[in-house]
Write a protein that binds this ligand. Structure first.
Ligand SMILES: *[C@@H]1O[C@H](CO)[C@@H](O)[C@H](O)[C@H]1NC(C)=O
Ligand SMILES: *[C@@H]1O[C@H](CO)[C@@H](O)[C@H](O)[C@H]1NC(C)=O
Ligand SMILES: *[C@@H]1O[C@H](CO)[C@@H](O)[C@H](O)[C@H]1NC(C)=O
Ligand SMILES: *[C@@H]1O[C@H](CO)[C@@H](O)[C@H](O)[C@H]1NC(C)=O
Length: 957
């Protein structure tokens, strides 16, 4: 496909772990990426949870009924769990946030070996993972009832980062090579036993063998099969590959040709990139299982640690909110009564259906007060709370509506609908951008319902803040005269939809609008708005309607029993239609004019998208809004439950809904139920929306679009290359952000805000940036001291100038000072007696069986106890042997006095001495060489500790 040629030059660079996601062309079909692993694990964990927690009043599930769904996708899972068409959009968003956090590690911590288990940083990586997990768990536990949608978003991002570390264990250590077919439980449950780790002195790898084709064959390059080790990769935090130590390997590993050559990574199924590519699948499956255990491991997992209600909330399993933000100043009493009666009646109609919202949110606002937010599941209580609102005060006209919206957004589930009732402008209009950004990031739609307007300045505003807000969040701006609100409240019914999908949203001068209705659509709403007051009506034509049948009908819309009218005013009409026949439908207008159409409906066929950029050789989701004219990769995933779908076009629409650019593609649902394409794009419009077109399995055409307007900006903010984001308690950190302006010369003002108020100052506050130039914004953060636990703070940088605004969100992590250097020293030992009776010529079984040899040694560790075990491969373990140790503690040091003995048919032993942290040493004694070779050679003793073992006075026989 010619579209993808541009991508081939991307994604070169480093390759650290499993690849982040499927957008990178280096990723083969059989590769499992970080995203695949995370997504599959979440689906399994959530399906398991759902099986155990059926909806109240619904029948339970048989074991496996949800977990074994084929394919197991968010859509198939939601449909089976709710036993109804319920959109998994919010759940998909939670998955996306976790995956973004996972991907972010490649952006923020690419140079840190402990985020990747590189360079034998095994203990450090485990500790780091556990710190992340503990912080997330504690944070949620402590602020459970105060956790709003932003706090959950941050927890999802952090969780993704933690999972990245966990998953790397399987691609970058030798766990899989050791033949392990279960997960390393100690990682997710610290009380599970620790596995011995090769100390720095133990050689772990030998050279790989050069092949005829010039590449390396690394099978069997590991020298240890009972100790954990990992590959070295040259990074800022890892200067070199020591002698005798494994490499990471693959064509992006600079030291792959330095002895020991090659490496051990299993991040892909491609031998060019991964020396142990044959084990990729095993490693990825274990990483997936470990991720499942992280979430639902009995007793220690996320679910058992935090409980089912947090679990539901964390994964957005609970549907959407219907939220009302109501102006309670004295002029609003009639409106409040209408909302109470009309809206509540509409809500009651769907109350017990799957279309009902998960909960209701009510936020009153006045001047200067606003809130509190009332959040409830109970319709009667909600009704009484609306009824109890009193309309008073608010002397001057504009009120605190943006604060009200902000509060409602924080208290609503993602992808909710918020109705705003007011007759005044926003006094706090400075918050408009923040509200827009927040609404867009959770894809919540805001419906401003105005019965008047006055601006703060008293001027008439052509394009008021509510229009701007509506334009960005779904085009639902309504303004009627006082006393006429009842005629438009019917649109509340459109918001009560458990699987909303938009087909067409367009403003055009026309007499007839054609559109495709696919068979997944259950019901359809047709909304038509006009800018003038010339009355209009329209015919609705279904595929069966010929010109003849149509001519017999007058106002087809109202004649048909399956059509109901929700709104009917001079310039705004909304009807709801039951779909009887898929195919090409049309709306025919009574006269040629400019109309705004929105055709929407209920369907599980929908899509999600990510705007991505090339970074560190990977393709990662962008931060903030896209920059006008810059190159991006647009990744589109189609969701649906209707078998095989084919995507044929990805479409960029301008603000009016006209096609700006369409990319032809041709891809169908794969065996895992996924359908995803990426196309290289350049957004040269100031704002745009996205849509797709394709075919269902039966061949009927489908169209979908996202009503959210995406803005491009001439200003962009990016973390400077190699920027650190971690600081130790009591220290400070400068975070450098590059602000680039591709628009005309402009003065920009900056702002930096962080949750925990760690930011002390930033500079400059405001500066002129010429076209094509950039400036560096420096923000100084200070970490508190003392600190008992890792903390993180979500930081938002914003830049604003002229009509351009952009933002960057980043997480700053504060870690406690390392009070003691983690124990890196393996236990030591001293051989006190070594019987050498087996030395000499190899004897027959009869003879060797009748002679025993002994080894006595003392092992000690300065920090913890020593655990001694046999480290021989199964085939070399003697049928009869003894290994006994006595432990004593002498002035704080743990000593183990041990004896080992076996017969001379097994004239060698390998003992693993491990401390509590996993640091391990090997004690090897081997008489086999001496048996084969000369009489005088000493037994081979291999260890890191230089020993006086020449005490052997050979007793030959
Ligand atoms: C992962 O877990 C599943 C379910 O417990 C199990 O059937 C499967 O064998 C495990 N896979 C691996 C690679 O351990
Ligand atoms: C809309 O209202 C007009 C007059 O008020 C009425 O004639 C017409 O039938 C209504 N249309 C719908 C679709 O209900
Ligand atoms: C915007 O991009 C589209 C698609 O690449 C292109 O057809 C169009 O000419 C561009 N418009 C401008 C003004 O650059
Ligand atoms: C910033 O501008 C300088 C000089 O114009 C340029 O060399 C540099 O590449 C720019 N940096 C970024 C991140 O755009």
């Amino acid at each position: 496909m010619h579209l993808h040629t541009g991508l081939l030059t991307l994604c070169f660079g480093w390759a650290f772990a499993f690849y982040p996601n499927r957008e990178c062309p280096d990723v083969g079909l059989s590769d499992l990426t970080d995203e695949d692993i995370t997504r599959n694990a979440i689906l399994t964990a959530v399906a398991t949870f759902m099986e155990g927690n059926p909806l109240p009043g619904k029948p339970g599930f048989k074991p496996g009924e949800l977990v074994d769904l084929v394919p197991l996708t968010p859509t198939s899972l939601f449909k089976a769990y709710f036993r109804a068409d319920v959109s998994p959009n919010q759940f998909i968003q939670a998955i996306q946030n976790i995956v973004t956090g996972n991907d972010e590690v490649e952006r923020l911590y690419a140079q840190q070996s402990d985020y990747h288990f590189h360079c034998e940083q095994i203990t450090k990586s485990i500790t780091l993972f556990q710190q992340y997990r503990d912080e997330i768990f504690t944070q949620i536990k402590v602020s459970k009832d105060k956790m709003d949608v932003n706090a959950y978003e941050k927890a999802q991002l952090k969780m993704g980062m933690a999972l990245h570390i966990l998953q790397k264990f399987y691609s970058n250590t030798n766990w899989v090579e050791m033949g392990k077919r279960t997960t390393y439980r100690h990682l997710v449950n610290a009380s599970d036993p620790v596995f011995p780790i090769a100390s720095s002195a133990i050689k772990t790898c030998k050279d790989c063998l050069p092949t005829e084709s010039g590449s390396l064959n690394c099978s069997g390059n590991l020298l240890v099969d009972n100790l954990l080790t990992s590959g070295y990769k040259k990074l800022e935090t890892c200067a070199a590959k020591p002698k005798g130590k494994c490499g990471h390997g693959g064509k992006y590993d600079e030291t792959r040709l330095q002895s020991p050559t090659g490496g051990i990574n299993k991040e892909t199924a491609n031998p060019e990139l991964s020396p142990h590519s044959n084990l990729h699948d095993k490693a990825a499956r274990l990483a997936e299982n470990a991720t499942v255990e992280f979430f639902i491991g009995p007793g220690f997992g996320f679910l058992d640690s935090l409980g089912p209600s947090v679990f539901r909330k964390f994964f957005n399993l609970q549907g959407y909110s219907l939220s009302f933000v109501i102006d309670t100043t004295s002029s609003m009493s009639d409106e409040i009564n209408l909302v109470k009666t009309i809206c509540i009646n509409i809500i009651k109609k769907v109350m017990n259906s799957s279309d009902a919202p998960y909960n209701y949110v009510l936020v009153p606002f006045n001047d200067p007060s606003f809130g509190p937010a009332i959040v409830t599941h109970d319709v009667a209580y909600f009704q009484s709370q609306i009824g109890a609102l009193t309309a008073t005060g608010g002397d001057d006209c504009p009120e605190m509506s943006m604060n009200g919206l902000k509060l409602a957004l924080a208290n609503s589930e993602p992808r909710s609908n918020i109705f705003l009732f007011t007759d005044a402008g926003a006094k706090d209009v400075a918050l408009l951008d923040e509200v827009m950004i927040q609404a867009s990031s959770v894809e919540t739609q805001i419906y401003p319902m105005l019965t008047g307007y006055c601006s703060a300045s008293g001027d008439v505003v052509e394009d008021n803040e509510y229009m701007k807000l509506a334009k960005v969040t779904g085009q639902h701006y309504t303004r009627v005269q006082k006393g006429k609100l009842n005629s438009v409240l019917g649109i509340t019914e459109l918001a009560l939809n458990s699987a909303p999908a938009v087909l067409v949203q367009v403003t055009e001068r026309t007499k007839k609008l054609l559109f495709y209705v696919d068979e997944t659509l259950r019901e359809l709403s047709i909304s038509v708005k006009k800018n003038n007051d010339v009355p209009f009506y329209f015919f609705l034509l279904t595929p069966g309607d010929t010109d003849k049948t149509r001519s017999r009908r007058k106002r087809a819309v109202t004649m048909d029993a399956k059509v109901s009218s929700l709104v009917n005013t001079t310039n705004y009409q909304v009807v709801k239609v039951q779909v009887t026949q898929p195919g090409q439908w049309a709306v025919e207008m009574s006269s040629l004019d400019t109309y705004t159409f929105e055709i929407a409906g209920k369907s599980l066929l929908d899509f999600s998208y990510k705007i991505m950029e090339e970074k560190n050789g990977y393709v990662l989701p962008i931060q903030g809004r896209p920059e006008k004219g810059a190159e991006y990769i647009l990744s589109v995933a189609v969701e649906g439950d209707s078998g095989k779908l084919t995507l044929t076009r990805v479409i960029i629409f301008d603000e009016t809904g006209k096609i700006n650019k369409a990319y032809d593609v041709n891809k169908s649902t794969d065996s895992r139920g996924q359908l995803r394409v990426s196309v290289p794009v350049r957004f040269n419009l100031t704002s745009f929306t996205l849509g797709i077109a394709g075919k269902t399995e039966s061949g009927s055409e489908f169209h979908r679009c996202k009503p959210h307007l995406i803005r491009t900006e001439s200003i962009s903010l990016k973390l400077s290359e190699g920027q650190k984001s971690t600081l130790t308690e009591g220290t400070s950190l400068n975070v450098l952000v590059i602000a680039s302006n591709v628009g005309p010369d402009q003065t920009f003002t900056f702002n930096v805000k962080d949750e925990l108020s760690l930011m002390r100052s930033f500079n400059p506050q405001s500066i002129l940036i010429a076209q094509g130039q950039n400036v560096t914004l420096t923000a100084t953060f200070e970490a508190p001291k003392p600190l008992s636990q890792q903390l993180s703070s979500l930081v938002t940088f914003t830049a604003k100038g002229g009509t351009s605004t952009n933002y960057l969100k980043s997480v700053i992590t504060v870690v406690p000072e390392v009070k003691e250097i983690p124990d890196q020293d393996p236990p030591q030992y001293n051989i006190t007696q070594l019987g050498d009776i087996c030395k000499g010529k190899k004897k027959s079984v009869q003879v060797c069986k009748s002679h025993n040899w002994d080894l006595e040694f003392q092992a000690w560790d300065n920090i913890s106890g020593v655990f001694v075990e046999l480290g021989l491969p199964a085939a070399e373990i003697p049928p009869v042997y003894s290994l006994n140790c006595n432990d004593t503690i002498i002035s704080g040091v743990s000593w183990a006095s041990c004896q080992y003995s076996s017969d001379c048919c097994y004239p060698h032993v390998s003992l693993i001495l491990t401390d509590a942290t996993g640091n391990a040493n090997l004690l090897d004694v081997d008489f086999r060489d001496s048996q084969k070779e000369s009489w005088s050679s000493a037994p081979r003793i291999q260890s890191s500790v230089v020993l006086a073992v020449s005490l052997l006075s050979a007793i030959f026989y």
